[in-house]
Design a protein around this ligand. Structure first.
Ligand code: GRF
Length: 201
């Protein structure tokens, strides 16, 4: 049986599209069966609906605390019998409770070579620092922002004349390759989190 997987989004949803596309290929071990957005206007919701995938909008604004919001997400995940969760452009920081509860079953993608350049405005940070290589990272989520054990990375050259937009576009192409591969590894049990470390078989 394929691993029931949910994707958490807040916006465009291009990584969501890449995951859905991968999940439609023969022998892919994960099935995207639920998409949750905290933002009702997220474009990714339309992508999910067009693919016949159930969606839920759970607005953080309706909850008094981070944990209360996370508990609503958790309830939706449990109701759909979700085993793995992929964050893809999900712009909320989780409570410690949620991260602990989903430890080892919660993945995120970040558009830099972590641990360099966590946080937001990533490509601006990269260009300001003048590094020549950037890239993207899929990692297990831990409580510290953008710093969990790494599952997969891809490098992208920073080119002379790059703007945040041109660099983001080239990094995104790699994101769409490594996220489905990382999810495959975790869903097949070839990558897992053990004592705070990513273990590969
Ligand atoms: C991606 O660059 C991802 O790495 C970052 O947010 C962006 C989301 O893009 N966390 P999309 O919504 O998947 O198109």
């Amino acid at each position: 049986m394929r691993v029931r997987t949910a994707v958490l989004i807040s916006g465009r949803g291009s990584n969501l599209s890449a995951l859905i596309e991968a999940s439609r290929t023969a022998d892919y071990p994960a099935d995207i069966v639920l998409v949750i957005s905290n933002n009702e206007n997220a474009r990714g919701l339309e992508t999910a609906s067009a693919s016949g995938i159930p969606t839920r909008v759970i607005s953080h604004k309706a909850y008094v605390s981070r944990e209360a919001f996370d508990r609503a997400i958790d309830a939706a995940l449990r109701e759909a019998e979700i085993a793995l969760v992929c964050e893809a452009g999900f712009m909320r920081i989780h409570s410690e409770w949620f991260v602990k509860h989903w430890e080892g079953r919660l993945l995120n993608i970040h558009p830099s070579l972590l641990p360099s350049f966590p946080g937001i405005h990533v490509h601006e940070q990269v260009l300001r620092a003048g590094v020549k290589i950037s890239g993207c990272t899929v990692h297990f989520v831990v409580h510290e922002l953008d710093s969990g054990p790494i599952i997969s990375q891809a490098a992208v050259a920073v080119l002379p004349g790059d703007t945040p937009e041109t660099l983001a576009a080239r990094v995104l192409i790699e994101e769409h390759k490594i996220y489905p591969e990382a999810l495959r590894c975790v869903a097949e049990g070839r990558a897992r989190l053990e004592n705070g470390l990513a273990i590969f078989i």
